[in-house]
Design a binder for this molecule. Structure first.
Ligand code: UT7
Length: 345
């Protein structure tokens, strides 16, 4: 699905005004992993770029992390919880099969007037969520949409499987999308979203759903065909971005900051090289947080903002891939409120 709005302005544009994140305190280093599985720091760093990741506490679920992030984002966007129209949680590690994780977050933060739903597009969740937020705002059906990626992947990780347990971490991150002023808002320039046919078994948690409601031991954990996902990821990120930029008649040199799904540094660097993205326009933090799935892009964005790598008015290229297999990219301008996010820019 390719959505481009060159020259066709909707009645009002959706504006990305605020970012935020929350990471659990506990750190799991490569040295820690060396003590529980047959691996080593050198292998993990050279194959993935990951040095450490965060692990949620036993009592913490995705909704808890999402609520922390939401409480940070809303004031930055100048919005009280009760004024929020839609709360969307993007997660592959929901609290329950039902109800939605987002409904729990509404209660936790006091979003008493919000519609709530979860969206599952694996690690591409954040880009899919932004597209939904943009569509809701620009169709006039919502004035504000909070999009939060929240994951507790370590609870679904098999720490006897060295090919997967080194990759995943926990965390939450998100963005607030609101209706902007027609004349001044650039907003979202376009989206490219897709699904790979026959990709649904490449990366999954097989047990606990309708196909295997009473999972045999081990089937409650993440399973992945790492090599196939790697091949898919490198191709999909380059293809999606190239297609979107071509449709927008833009050059990658016009982008201020590229943030890709933080799965593996090798995948990101390969894609960045193919696309001609210079190092100083690429923001990565996979070394410190590992793969946090749908939370990885907003966690990186929030951190980039905090350390002054993301500024008010910057044009962003966000690109992800993940379970499904899905992919997605978008070009959007970061347009914080003058007295909110911009203060830190
Ligand atoms: O959000 C999307 C989620 N998924 C991804 O992005 C994952 C995409 N895939 C990958 O990132 C990579 O495929 C991995 C990092 C998972 C694996 O890297 P690789 O370079 O594709 O390694 P490989 O699977 O080809 O394995 C190479 C060797 C094997 O040994 P032999 O058969 O060559 O003797 C593995 O057994 O490395 C071995 N190996 C390890 N060695 C030390 C696999 N995992 C480890 C480990 N420590 N943790």
């Amino acid at each position: 699905m390719l959505v481009v709005r060159n020259g066709r302005r909707p009645p009002r544009r959706a504006r990305l005004v605020a970012l935020g994140s929350h990471l659990p305190d506990r750190v799991l280093t490569n040295a820690d992993l060396e003590r529980i599985v047959d691996t080593n720091d050198e292998w993990i760093v050279s194959r993935t770029g990951i040095r450490e990741r965060r692990v949620s506490a036993d009592h913490e679920a995705a909704s808890d992390l999402a609520a922390h992030a939401a409480r940070q984002i809303l004031p930055r966007g100048g919005l009280a919880p009760e004024d929020l129209d839609v709360l969307m949680v993007l997660t592959a590690t929901a609290d329950y099969l039902f109800p939605s994780t987002s409904s729990a977050v509404c209660g936790m933060i006091g979003a008493t007037n919000a519609a709530s739903f979860d969206l599952m597009a694996g690690c591409t969740g954040f880009v899919y969520g932004l597209q939904q937020a943009c569509a809701l705002v620009e169709s006039g059906q919502a004035r504000s949409v909070l999009v939060v990626g929240a994951e507790v992947l370590t609870k679904f990780t098999d720490y006897t499987d060295r090919s997967t347990c080194i990759l995943f971490g926990d965390g939450a991150g998100g963005a607030l999308v609101v209706a902007g002023e027609e004349e001044t808002t650039t907003g979202f320039l376009g989206f490219d979203l897709g699904t790979e046919p026959k990709g649904s078994e490449m990366l999954r948690i097989p047990g606990g759903g309708g196909r295997m409601p009473r999972p045999a031991p081990g089937h409650q954990f993440i399973e992945m065909n790492g090599r196939e996902v790697f091949r898919f990821a490198t191709r999909a990120m380059v293809d999606s971005t190239t297609r979107l930029l071509a449709a927008l008649e833009m050059d990658v040199a016009e982008i201020d900051l590229v943030v890709a799904h933080q799965a593996n540094l090798r995948i990101i660097e390969h894609a960045a090289k193919r696309l001609g993205v210079p190092e100083d326009r690429l923001y990565n933090n996979v070394d410190r947080f590992g793969n946090t799935s749908s939370a990885s892009i907003p966690i990186a964005l929030a951190e980039a903002r905090e350390i002054g790598r993301l500024h008010a008015g910057d044009l962003l290229l966000l690109v992800g891939f993940g379970a499904g297999l899905t992919w997605g990219s978008t070009v959007v301008r970061y347009e914080p409120l003058a007295d909110g996010e911009a203060g830190a820019a």
